[in-house]
Design a protein around this ligand. Structure first.
Ligand code: WT7
Length: 691
């Protein structure tokens, strides 16, 4: 079955961007240029030994195959059963899946009703009220605190009632800007309880970014904390909120949790209330508002090819099913498990694998407030030992950084509780994979390299602990209901069979997929559904090897991934050109051994700009990016250049910049489109001196 080719002229801009980049991304995604098909790791025997571990939900490739085939051949039965089995529906559904990518009208369980907070709290609080729902591993070691399902339910109800008293109703949006504390989950679930849509903004974003997201979502209430803590440093969270709100006159209420209890926190008595003063006055029961399966549960901003962040909208029913099913099967969750995901609640991994996934299954989730090296590099492993974590989920950047610091930090801790160790956010190099497997997992754990995106809601390509033979660096096989296609970037033709490389696309709707972009459905269609008609376009390149394993090769669009943080190059460029002396900016991702990619910016100055101290200027430019986006977006290198390589029509040729920073100036390829080739030579010389 041949894929629909992209009609010429249909989406010219996107197509141009992909094809130009796909080719050179692949060239340096893996230096060897090809994937190493060996070795294959079998499922550790320990996992299949009932004396040592609970029997995995899936124990053979045949079982995976059978279920996978059913998920594609008879999705109604497969997902219908799964949805009834894993979730509580206040009104049972009779429909399973409707709609198509092309029309952008996908729905799942369209006539069903449920409430996410009931699924995450009430049903577990009834069965085992005293089971721990959340462990808070505070920034300072030794100060962990737990919340039982019962306690969590009562607090969520109080906050939900407070939100009602603010005038919030089903369908309203609430912004949440909080450190890594359980109150973030409480705030999210309180919104879900009354049918409000939460919009969590990662607390590393600056006041400007926060304001932009509050305005875009039209949030009238913000939930925040006095201060955050990270690795012993204090973050002035409420001060940042106040700064942002200067631009957001529609925000009528700010609910602030006193986390550090510091004095002198700015407070506006007509707008602000303290959590400890108002929440405890509320009744600890709040009737859940049943919502339609397709009603949005949340929106979450993520970066795309253009500057403006996208508010990705997730449904209630399909999303919850996706996260519950993946925590069950990908992480092989069993009753009593302790799930340790180190992601921040402000990203999709935090939503899916800190909050909704583990809690919907009634297991324990760990909120980690600190950083992997505070107070020392054994912090993660000490946490695993202290809380007897059974599933540990982190990012390659952390694994690489900790690997560099040596094995002793790991070896001093007892990690025998671990069964599944996961990786997410960026491609994991085989060296880091092997270290994770051997030093952290002692060869006794399943390593799951889970590929997914904000837009996919839950893991889509991933090993399963009890059955998949893994290859370090490969995300292996599709999860249930996911049909993978690798397309020729130029023609859109599907590349069938083994040993093919192209762009990664998904062929049919799955329950947890994003439904739209807040306020901009056309952008949803042009970004994901229209580049290759009939497919969901992921933005990543991928290889299917001789054995059918999938290898993710990284982004093929203008998205870069720094320490698992997703940024758009044009977002950073926009921040740089706001600086008065800057004329133009071009940002590319450079390879970095620890963070995966790092941000490398080229700027030209306005002719009239008077700059005598370029070192000071580069410092100011870094500050500028931190102010406009946030500290995590800081460029690692800024190069002030006289000119940028451009086409005759004046378009910056980023391909050349990427090559230059990759040290591949000897293979720049065709330079005939460059309007002034001398510019390239000057650049190469300058970069060689600087990097
Ligand atoms: C992008 C999505 C989804 C959770 C965190 C990131 C990259 C994600 C993997 C993986 C290779 C990966 C992709 C993807 N990515 N997981 N296991 N192997 N690459 O979510 O911020 O939406 O970023 O992260 O490039 O498109 P996100």
């Amino acid at each position: 079955q041949a894929a629909l080719p992209v009609t010429p002229g249909q989406t010219p801009i996107e197509k141009q961007v992909f094809t130009e980049q796909v080719v050179d991304q692949f060239a340096h995604a893996r230096p060897e240029g090809e994937v190493d098909p060996k070795p294959i790791h079998s499922v550790p025997a320990r996992l299949l030994d009932p004396a040592q571990c609970p029997t995995p939900h899936i124990t053979s490739m045949e079982q995976y195959r059978t279920m996978y085939d059913q998920s594609l051949n008879d999705p109604d039965t497969f997902w219908g059963n799964m949805a009834r089995d894993l979730l509580h529906w206040s009104r049972p559904f009779t429909q399973i899946t409707n709609g198509t990518f092309e029309d952008g009208d996908v729905s799942w369980f369209a006539d069903g009703e449920l409430n996410a907070s009931v699924n995450c709290l009430d049903r577990h609080a009834q069965r085992h009220p005293d089971r721990i729902a959340i462990i808070h591993e505070a920034d300072e070691p030794g100060q962990a605190r737990s919340y039982t399902y019962k306690e969590l339910l009562l607090e969520v109800c109080r906050v939900a009632n407070l939100l009602i008293s603010f005038g919030l109703r089903k369908g309203n949006t609430v912004a949440i800007y909080m450190p890594m504390i359980p109150q973030a989950a409480i705030a999210m679930l309180a919104c879900a309880r009354i049918g409000c849509i939460h919009s969590v903004v990662f607390a590393g974003f600056s006041a400007d970014s926060l304001a932009e997201r509050i305005l875009d979502a039209n949030s009238a209430v913000v939930i925040t904390a006095d201060e955050g803590r990270r690795g012993g440093r204090v973050i002035p969270t409420k001060r940042i909120v106040d700064d942002a709100l200067k631009k957001c006159p529609n925000v009528k209420r700010v609910l602030t949790f006193a986390h550090t209890g510091a004095t002198g926190i700015p407070f506006n008595p007509t707008r602000d209330v303290w959590w400890h003063e108002v929440v405890s006055r509320q009744r600890p029961y709040c009737a859940p508002v049943p919502v339609n399966a397709e009603d949005p549960l949340f929106l979450l901003y993520t970066s795309g090819s253009t500057g403006k962040p996208k508010g990705v909208v997730h449904s209630t029913g399909g999303y919850l099913l996706g996260v519950a099913a993946t925590v069950k099967y990908v992480f092989d969750a069993h009753d009593g498990d302790i799930f340790g995901c180190t992601a921040d609640v402000g990203w999709i991994t935090g939503h899916s694998y800190l909050v909704y996934g583990p809690l919907s299954l009634g297991i324990t989730t760990v909120f980690f407030e600190s950083v992997p090296t505070y107070p020392d590099a054994s912090r993660y492993w000490k946490m695993v030992e202290d809380h007897k974590i059974t599933q540990f989920y982190t990012a390659p950047t952390a694994i690489r950084a900790l690997r560099r610091l040596g094995d002793d930090w790991v070896n001093q801790c007892d990690l025998s509780s671990l069964r599944v160790i996961g990786s997410v956010g960026e491609p994991i190099n085989p060296e880091a994979w092997n270290w994770y497997n051997e030093v952290v997992g002692h060869g006794r754990c399943a390593v799951v390299d889970t590929y997914w995106q904000t837009e996919t809601g839950a893991n889509v390509i991933t090993p399963l602990p009890g059955c998949t033979r893994t290859k370090p660096g490969s995300a292996t096989f599709p999860f249930f209901g996911i049909e993978v296609a690798i397309l020729d970037a130029h023609t859109g033709q599907e590349l069938e069979g083994p040993d093919v490389t192209g762009v990664l696309a998904l062929k049919r709707p799955w329950p947890a997929m994003a439904r739209t972009i807040a306020g901009d459905h056309p952008r949803y269609l042009t970004t994901y559904m229209h580049p290759y008609r009939g497919y969901y376009f992921s933005g990543d390149g991928a290889t299917r090897d001789a054995d059918g394993y999938i290898w993710i090769r990284g982004r093929v669009d203008d998205v870069i991934n720094v320490s698992g943080h997703r940024l758009s190059t044009s977002e950073i460029e926009s921040a740089l050109v706001l600086y008065p002396a800057v004329a133009e900016a071009a940002v590319v991702g450079a390879h970095d051994d620890v963070t995966g990619q790092s941000i490398c910016a080229f700027v030209t100055l306005k002719p009239q700009a008077k700059v005598d101290d370029t070192i000071q200027l580069t410092r100011d430019l870094v500050l500028q990016v931190r102010k406009i986006i946030g500290p995590f977006a800081s460029p690692k290198a800024i190069m002030i250049v006289d000119d940028l390589p451009k086409t005759r029509s004046g378009k910056i040729i980023r391909r050349i910049l990427r090559k230059v920073v990759a040290g591949e100036a000897d293979s720049l390829g065709d330079l005939s489109t460059v309007s002034e080739p001398a510019v390239v030579q000057t650049l190469v010389k300058m970069v060689n001196e600087k990097l």
